[in-house]
Every structure is written in C-alpha cells, then in structure tokens.
Unconditional design. Sequence first.
Length: 131
Amino acid sequence: MGGLFDKNVDVLSKSLDMYLLRHSVIADNIANAETPFFKARKVDFETSLQRAIDTEAAGMSTGDRGIASVDPIIFEDAESEVGQDLNTVDMDREMSAMTKNDIQYSAAAEAISKKFALLKYCISEGGGGGG
C-alpha cells in the first residue's frame, strides 16, 4: 500500500491474506485426512513478515513493494506422524491449528476494522462540527 495508511494497516492487510491462505491449506489437509500417501502441509509467513517489518523500521529497503512483497512458505509438516496408509494428517492438530488461525484472523480483522473506523471518524468530524 502507498502512503495513505500507516504500516500497521499494511501489516494487518498482509496478515489477513496469509491467514486466509493458511486456512485454505489446513482445510486441504483436513479434506485429505483419509487419502493414502497425502502429506500434511503448513504455512509460515510470520518469520518473513517480521523480517520485513524490522528491515523497514531500520530504514533499509525491502524492495519495491515492502511488506506487500512478503511471500509465505508452504512446506510439508515434518512433525506429523505417518499412519499405516502413509498419510501424515493428524486431525486433532489440524483442528487445533484451524481454531488458532481463526482467532488470529478475527483479531487482525477487528484491528483493521477499528483503524478504518477511526479514520472514518476523523474524516467526518474533522470537517466541521464546531458551530
């Protein structure tokens, strides 16, 4: 995003996109819980996002798009145990991950909603109200 919004909005916006991607990957894992040879996957973006935030805070260049250029890492879940059908989906862990991701998404959505509500308030009240 350009200069209209602060970096918090950029971070929250990128986080919402990544939480949505993570939800999709977890849902795919759950959908394939009974598929022989299926390997569960995970999404990591927090490390890259934090690195981009730290780089921008230090005044260093993060490329043309800054925080927007952060890409997720999708990888096979090495912590999953292999079942008899060589499937690595653990339904308990996936459901737990889905719940955690949902809470994180909701928190980020609420935070960005409050940012925009404050901006709307400033626009509507800033133009004249005095009397």
